[in-house]
Design a protein around this ligand. Sequence first.
Ligand code: ATP
Ligand code: LTN
Length: 333
Amino acid sequence: MEENKKVIYSAMQPSGIPSLGNYLGALKNWKNLQDEYNCIYGIANMHALTVRQNPTELRQRTRNLIILFMALGIDPEKNILYVQSDVSAHAELAWILNCFTYMGELSRMTQFKDKSAKHADNINAGLFTYPALMAADILLYQADMVPVGEDQRQHLEITRDLAERFDNIYGDVFKVPDAYIAKVGARIMGLQEPTRKMSKSESDNDNNVIFVLDDLNQIANKIKRAVTDSDTEVRYDPENKPGVSNLLSIYSAINGKTPEENALEFAGKGYGDFKKTVADAVVEEIRPIQEEFKRIAADKAYVDKVIKEGAEKAGYIANKTLRKVKKKVGYPN
Ligand code: ATP
Ligand code: LTN
């Protein structure tokens, strides 16, 4: 890691195969930040335990996510890619931060409310204190910026509050991080339910979500089947035309133009043409990633080495912060 660069930290749960939402809202930015910043990207497998998981699948998905990060072009030599549970400092700091986090602020978290409603039979304490573990992730690495989708804004706020609260008591221990939320693509909606966010683990309808490892024909078909409206005009108007606006956002997150600019391309054309153009753009965006994924996954020894070295590099930084915290709170050593 270069001394003079700012630090970026982010993580993703191995709770399913990443969706197009994860890709456009988070992963695509992660890749673009790697030249300008020192980037540390984690697989939040401890967070994933807040929902019941099949152990074999969880292990496989964790590994696949590291491979996917590399397939996107995130260089494990220049950045740190690692698995959260490989660095025990996360669990240790999370406990300490739990003791500085109020029940009231945790109860206000919309993710907690949403997930409790979805998993009414398993509203566990981990789900409730999830933001304290997430704050630990970020604060251990003294991150300056955290690239995430819109849904994580609230968790970033609590992280900042915790850092400030702790620093006010103990002096300068943590850096207070900023959220980095892209203008376009930060909230991709479901293709069948365009008023709810696309989520990798929370949909009963397969056509609602594009998974980045889906067959390319299937990806195109899912877009062609996306819910629109009974109108014919391609216009960016999330309130009244959520389906069409979502497809415009997807297209914009890929080609860098604004959704309004992109809408002009379809003046006088029907939804059929529009969907085909968006489908082609998505397929061409995903194709090289899938090819790289296959290539890297075949090299087991290399993947093992990246995971092992990532844990060592992350552990080194995290433990430096943890040692300081332990001293401050009054642990004997
Ligand atoms: P889960 O379904 O397990 O809750 P998720 O799909 O919501 O997971 P996370 O692993 O929690 O995804 O999030 C990884 C990153 O992807 C975060 O930065 C999050 O903000 C972003 N993200 C998730 N869903 C979307 C979406 N629909 N649009 C844009 N960004 C998203
Ligand atoms: N909660 C995040 C995943 C996550 C994360 C983090 C994101 C866990 N730890 C640290 C940024 C920084 C989510 O996207 N659901």
